[in-house]
Design a protein. Structure first.
Length: 180
């Protein structure tokens, strides 16, 4: 092995202790394997989980033909956002953008539970402009390209409570939106 690679390996081993990864709260969880995956893969897995869930509930689900939405659910352009629960107890649904979709499904996984909210794009955009739970993600107060929604599932904002919480409540919201 190249001496420089050996030096980097050694430094990596020393630094490893400074960056502990505590996944003990996920130990034994049916979702444990997901939190060990890189962020980009977790997003894809979240999309796949939502797609499987929607199909199991009788919805027709197709891949979006473009990058403006993740799926087409019963003919409705749908964006899917996924988060595992952070140590703070909250979910953070990131990279919300003003793109061509009608519905946003936010799926959050805890070690032994799941939460889900279904929003219209109009709601996301209104809440973002009002800075009412949906906040600009990049560029500080002047950023405008992406936003995020942070949710404490035990204390969701009032406006979000009628849009799900449990997957069964979120399903009813989704059903109402795709059947309207």
């Amino acid at each position: 092995m190249d001496h420089h690679v050996e030096l980097l390996v050694s430094a990596s081993e020393e630094l490893k202790a400074d960056y502990p990864v505590d996944t003990s709260q996920w130990e034994g969880s049916p979702f444990e394997w997901i939190v060990s995956r890189p962020a980009r893969q977790r997003g894809k897995i979240g999309e796949q989980l939502v797609s499987h869930w929607c199909r199991a509930m009788g919805f027709r689900v197709e891949r979006s033909p473009d990058q403006e939405a993740d799926r087409i659910v019963e003919g409705r352009r749908t964006e899917i956002k996924f988060s595992s629960r952070w140590k703070s107890g909250k979910y953070t649904f990131q990279q919300l953008r003003d793109q061509d979709y009608e519905i946003v499904i936010c799926l959050g996984l805890s070690p032994f539970d799941a939460h889900c909210w279904v929003l219209t794009k109009d709601t996301v955009m209104k809440k973002w402009r009002a800075e009412d739970g949906v906040r600009t993600q990049h560029g500080g107060r002047t950023g405008s390209d992406t936003a995020w929604l942070k949710v404490d599932p035990l204390n969701a904002p009032t406006w979000l409570r009628s849009r799900g919480g449990s997957p069964s409540a979120a399903f009813k919201v989704l059903q109402g939106l795709v059947n309207s």
